[in-house]
Design a protein around this ligand. Structure first.
Ligand SMILES: *Cc1c(COP(=O)(O)O)cnc(C)c1O
Length: 374
């Protein structure tokens, strides 16, 4: 029988989506208005303003995209690269691999710098690659590698790229609002994020910001951006429209934008640094609790992401069965390992509204119940 869908409320402690704050869900349930309605245009301006606050940037070209984080990754490469352009991509997990795939598909010339899963992008390896490839134009890397729980040094990597005349593409889908990110101070050129990780909004929207140098590169292109939908110059006429008024490009997902706005507003109210501190504090509690159960963390504490924790599956434990039991008996979702870590780790997310004391305690007691040997 076809009936309305009533999802069982879950506690989301995987790699995303994270728990959505009730205020965000409430905002999304408000009346839909036209996407060219003056009131909605006012909201668009406020979203851009709040995005600049959260990214710590004054970049004029800062806007949300009506599609998830993966679309922002694609938009970054599609707009900066022209066919034949050389791009260096640093790979230390799944999302670096996806960046590389984007370069291939855009017809760019790909150079990869590879680091072991579970470790940071090595700046020395990037330096060698840049020395060996003086014609490289773009460097891409992941700030917070969600597949491995590793944080890379954005400041150092951006400085290196700049030294060698390259623009940077920084994936901070999991980083934004969870750990320190200083777009202007660190001189990142294109930085993007998404709604469903540390912003506590539902999946589906991404956030992207371009430095002046990156915006100039897009303007100076000889070939049109291969993607019509993700062409920044067309999107700007819709999101900016200063003076001339906005022109129709696509219909923005109006209610999803209400949600993004509320999520960003909550970060501003709380204070961005307070948001970073919250993630760190909840991480410390999780470490204390799970270490008390005899569980081990995979990533070195020096570059571990507080918001995404790789926990070793104890010897002889069926990791998938534990995840199923957590979901069935505790309505708790945690993530599986990916790639090199498949079957060996769980990924426990503490992102945004999921980074709460009650979640940490639930996760601890539920794991204790599912692992009777501990
Ligand atoms: C989640 C994620 C993405 C993709 O975002 P979607 O919203 O799933 O498309 C990209 N990069 C990183 C590092 C992520 O964690």
């Amino acid at each position: 029988m076809n009936t309305s869908f009533h999802p069982t409320p879950r506690t989301l402690m995987g790699p995303g989506p994270s728990d959505v704050h009730p205020r965000v869900l409430g905002a999304m349930g408000k009346a839909t208005i036209g996407h060219l309605d003056p009131e909605f245009q006012g909201l668009m301006e406020d979203i851009k303003d709040l995005m600049r606050y959260t990214f710590r940037t004054s970049n004029a070209l800062t806007l949300p995209l009506s599609a998830p984080g993966s679309a922002a990754m694609e938009a970054s490469f599609a707009n900066l690269l022209e066919p034949g352009d050389k791009a260096v991509v640093c790979i230390n997990g799944v999302f670096g691999m996806r960046m590389a795939e984007n370069v291939r598909r855009m017809g760019g010339e790909l150079v990869t710098v590879e680091d072991e899963w579970g470790t940071q992008v090595d700046p020395e390896k990037l330096r060698s690659a840049l020395v060996a490839n003086p014609d490289a134009k773009v460097v891409g890397f992941v700030h917070a590698e969600t597949s491995t729980g590793v944080c890379s040094d954005v400041k150092t990597l951006c400085a290196l790229a700049k030294e060698h005349g390259c623009l940077t593409i920084v994936d901070s889908v999991t980083g934004l609002a969870g750990i320190e990110l200083e777009v202007d101070h660190w001189q990142a050129d294109v930085t993007y994020s998404g709604t469903q990780k540390c912003l506590s909004a539902p999946p589906g929207i991404s956030l992207i910001t371009f430095s002046q140098a990156a915006a100039d590169r897009v303007k100076a292109r000889n070939t049109p951006v291969q993607s019509w939908f993700l062409d920044l110059s067309l999107l700007m006429a819709y999101w900016d429209g200063e003076g001339g008024g906005r022109t129709y490009h696509h219909t923005a997902p109006v209610n999803a934008m209400y949600g993004l706005h509320e999520a960003l507003l909550m970060i501003k109210e709380q204070g961005l640094e307070e948001s970073w501190t919250k993630h760190r504090t909840m991480h410390n509690t999780l470490v204390e609790n799970l270490s008390g159960l005899g569980l081990e963390f995979v990533v070195d504490a020096a570059y571990r992401l507080p918001q995404l924790n790789l926990v070793k599956v104890p010897e002889g434990v069926d990791e998938a069965a534990v995840r199923q039991q957590l979901l069935k008996e505790f309505n708790l979702e945690i993530g599986a390992g990916l790639g090199a870590f498949a079957g060996k780790v769980w990924r426990v997310g503490l992102m945004g509204y999921s980074a709460r004391q009650e979640n940490v305690q639930l996760c601890t007691s539920a794991l204790r119940a599912c692992l009777p040997g501990l």
